[in-house]
Design a binder for this molecule. Structure first.
Ligand SMILES: Cc1cc2nc3c(=O)[nH]c(=O)nc-3n(C[C@H](O)[C@H](O)[C@H](O)COP(=O)(O)OP(=O)(O)OC[C@H]3O[C@@H](n4cnc5c(N)ncnc54)[C@H](O)[C@@H]3O)c2cc1C
Length: 417
């Protein structure tokens, strides 16, 4: 390896990128680690943006993932406010938009560029129309919600839309939640649990518009004044949050010899997309050996775990003698969501389930555990209103190739223990 090649570039300076950079150092890479991030901030955490930051419970600085001392101790070549604009897979060159179009010659690259919020066409520059992906987005929405008595329309009733609706109600605003799904988070939680969540939002005063699509965001003089629904309903609003999903940030990887970029960066079981190129976090769609298919997960825990796995496997590819063999990455996926005082924890894969078994835990309808899966096998488990210990104890139910009979029998014992 030539001297110029003693560099690993990690593109994307957030949860997955930071985990990769820390992993490279911890595992013994003593060459240059260039961490490139297009946001101006050092790595920060996104989950609090729709919760504590939006509600005002946390100052934005509290989302910082590592204090300056710990970050400095990694000895990184840190390039913030800098975007990667091109990648040459044959030469392993990354081009930056730093004014000089600097070309980084790399031994290897970890792509950790995450996703970007999807927007509604024609809403660019309209005051009061928001997305929520970055700290900047969160602070812009928080500024608006710091004024009392606002009317917020949330377009999209997935996890982000449901969390923001809850935070805005907590601040006393009038909130409308519009979703193409019949119940909030239905794509993940299914109809039965989604219906329960709908009741929780209604009980907290959110007006739900389920099963509706938005045809336009209405504006006067460049300011949002509401959303028009396909059935003719008009929902008045001062602010509109567009929470209709995201798109993997892969533009910089496009080119004639680009790897598979359909729905994120296509990777194998080792998180490798091409020789010397590994993917991690929200941007990576990789082959999960346990599930027997490719998946892409937008969960905080996965970003950290996959960043480390990608770092380890890249090092093993570069120098197997020193760093050992590559290992398949097959985690049990995990995510959580906070809405009002309700905590949801989920392990495994819930979306796309054809069978669900819900076990209610006592009188309180908001304490339950539920299994999700295909016709023969359980693939995921959800806990609502459980203690952290009870929630963690659900994990094994999603980890093994459990049959429905075994899993249903074990579920009751697990939550009772
Ligand atoms: C508001 C919100 C709330 C969430 N809540 C939860 C939750 O409760 N539970 C949960 O499990 N998950 C939650 N998530 C998801 C979780 O935050 C993500 O899974 C995690 O942030 C993914 O980390 P990442 O590093 O892969 O990607 P990201 O965090 O998206 O980071 C990618 C970084 O790369 C940068 N970048 C993109 N392109 C380039 C380029 N060309 N050059 C340089 N830099 C680039 C981006 O600007 C960004 O800084 C939430 C996400 C959001 C937005």
């Amino acid at each position: 390896m030539s001297a110029a090649r003693q560099r690993i570039a990690v593109i994307g300076a957030s949860a997955a990128g930071l985990a990769a950079a820390e992993g490279l150092r911890r595992l013994g890479w003593d060459g240059v680690i260039t961490l490139v991030g297009d946001e101006p901030h050092p790595p920060y955490d996104r989950p609090p943006l729709s919760k504590q930051v939006l509600s005002g419970a946390w100052p934005p600085e509290r989302t910082t993932l590592r204090d300056p001392g710990r970050l400095a101790a990694l000895g990184l070549d840190l390039r913030l406010g800098t975007r990667a604009v091109a990648y040459d897979p044959a030469l392993r060159h990354v081009t930056l938009d730093d004014g000089e179009r600097t070309v980084l010659e790399c031994a290897g690259v970890v792509a950790a560029t995450g996703v970007r919020a999807r927007t509604l066409p024609g809403t660019e520059g309209v005051e009061g129309v928001h997305v929520l992906r970055t700290l900047r987005d969160a602070l812009a929405l928080r500024r608006r919600l710091a004024e009392p008595g606002r009317r917020l329309a949330v377009v999209g009733s997935g996890v982000l839309g449901a969390e923001v609706a809850a935070a805005a109600r907590g601040l006393g605003h009038r909130v409308a939640l519009v979703g193409a799904q019949d119940t909030p988070m239905e794509r993940v939680l299914g109809r039965e649990v989604g219906a329960l969540l709908a009741e929780v939002h209604r009980a907290h005063g959110v007006t739900l518009y389920p099963g509706r699509t938005v045809t336009a965001i209405a504006a006067d003089g460049g300011r949002a004044r509401g959303v028009e629904l396909a059935d003719g309903t008009f929902v008045e609003a001062d602010d509109v949050l567009v929470a209709i999903g995201s798109e993997p940030a892969v533009d910089w990887l496009r080119g004639p010899a680009a790897p598979d970029l359909s729905d994120g960066l296509g990777c194998d079981r080792y998180c490798a997309a091409a020789p010397g190129l590994y993917g991690a976090g929200d941007v990576a769609r990789w082959y999960h050996p346990g599930l027997g298919r490719h998946i892409r997960i937008e969960h905080r825990m996965n970003a950290g775990e996959q960043g480390l796995a990608a770092a380890r496997n890249l090092l093993a590819e570069l120098d197997g003698e020193r760093f050992g063999e590559r290992r398949p990455f097959e985690p049990v996926p995990y995510f959580w969501s906070d809405q009002y005082d309700l905590k949801l924890h989920a392990y495994g894969v819930l979306a796309g389930a054809v069978r669900t078994e819900v076990l209610r835990l006592g009188e309180d309808p908001l304490r339950l555990a539920a299994l999700y899966g295909g016709p023969d096998r359980v693939t995921g488990v959800l806990g609502i209103g459980l203690t952290p210990r009870q929630a963690r104890s659900l994990r094994p139910l999603a980890a093994g190739p459990g049959t429905w009979e075994e899993a249903v029998a074990r579920l009751g014992e697990t939550v009772a223990a």
